[in-house]
Design a protein around this ligand. Structure first.
Ligand SMILES: Nc1ncnc2c1ncn2[C@@H]1O[C@H](COP(=O)(O)OP(=O)(O)O)[C@@H](O)[C@H]1O
Ligand SMILES: Nc1ccn([C@@H]2O[C@H](COP(=O)(O)OP(=O)(O)O)[C@@H](O)[C@H]2O)c(=O)n1
Length: 233
């Protein structure tokens, strides 16, 4: 039996991880897991349940028990808690501004790591592989993934992309991007590549070229390992 093609992609906010990972998963017919959305869902659920985000034990307990449902079809990824879909809610500023507070809770991270490993296995069983993106996928969640990539980009490029995406002034994205990355980096190392991780700097290339760059890394790995196969590409 072929080995699952797990593609792990990390990087700071605004480097293109989510959009590029989704396109790569679609192109290769693989599942797609947005791990940032899982932390966002937890933050949303804590707020909705009136859990004090400073109460680390209550947040960790909620992480262990809440009914998180991740849809991993790259053409229509979804995030739900119980029967409620919360894809729009988790992108709102009310969640973005507090997500790092739950993501820096180490008991939460231990629970998320296990959920993410189970989802990558489930997504791989369904489609032969999974593109999983976040901050600690190449280093903690899937350090044995055959393809491991760190996406980077200048602060300027990241802020300008986010400002275009949210239709707000670039400077107003600073707290969403630069400050959040600073807080996140106290628990995960996602600005320099770990051993064996390939860096793709997207500062001066466009979206299409970023997708091509990832597919090229995948091709180099799969060409050299006959037990790995892709359905396209
Ligand atoms: N290489 C690129 N060049 C220009 N824009 C890009 C590039 N990659 C992604 N984008 C755009 O930048 C925005 C942020 O990308 P996103 O995938 O959400 O980043 P991340 O998941 O790293 O925060 C999106 O609107 C996306 O289409
Ligand atoms: N593997 C991951 C992914 C996200 N996160 C946390 O989840 C938050 C939201 O991640 P995201 O990927 O949706 O954020 P963006 O990069 O899209 O801005 C991050 O700011 C981190 O606090 C994490 O801690 N570990």
């Amino acid at each position: 039996m072929n080995k699952p093609l797990v593609i792990a992609i990390d990087g700071p906010s605004g480097t293109g991880k989510s959009s590029v990972s989704k396109a790569v998963a679609k192109h290769l017919g693989l599942s797609y897991l947005d791990t940032g959305a899982m932390y966002r869902a937890l933050a949303w659920s804590c707020v909705a349940s009136a859990i004090d985000l400073d109460d680390a034990e209550s947040v960790a307990q909620h992480a262990r028990t809440f009914d998180l449902r991740m849809g991993m079809d790259p053409a229509a990824p979804s995030v739900g808690v119980g029967d409620r879909l919360i894809d729009r809610e988790i992108r709102q500023d009310a969640v973005t501004s507090v997500v790092s507070r739950v993501a820096t809770n180490l008991d939460v991270r231990a629970n998320m790591k296990q959920r993410q490993r189970d989802l990558i296995a489930e997504g791989s069983a369904a489609r032969g592989g999974c593109v999983a993106e976040g901050r600690d996928i190449t280093t903690v969640v899937a350090p044995d993934a055959p393809v491991r990539i760190l996406m980077t980009a200048s602060e300027e490029a990241r802020m300008s992309r986010r400002s275009r995406q949210l239709r707000v002034a670039a400077e107003s994205t600073r707290s969403q991007i630069v400050d959040r990355d600073r807080t996140d980096s106290t628990v995960s190392q996602f600005t320099t590549a770990a051993d064996g991780v390939v860096t793709i700097d997207t500062s001066h290339i466009d979206f299409r070229q970023s997708v091509e760059a990832v597919l090229q890394v995948v091709k180099e790995v799969t060409d050299g390992d006959t037990e790995l196969s892709t359905t396209a590409g």
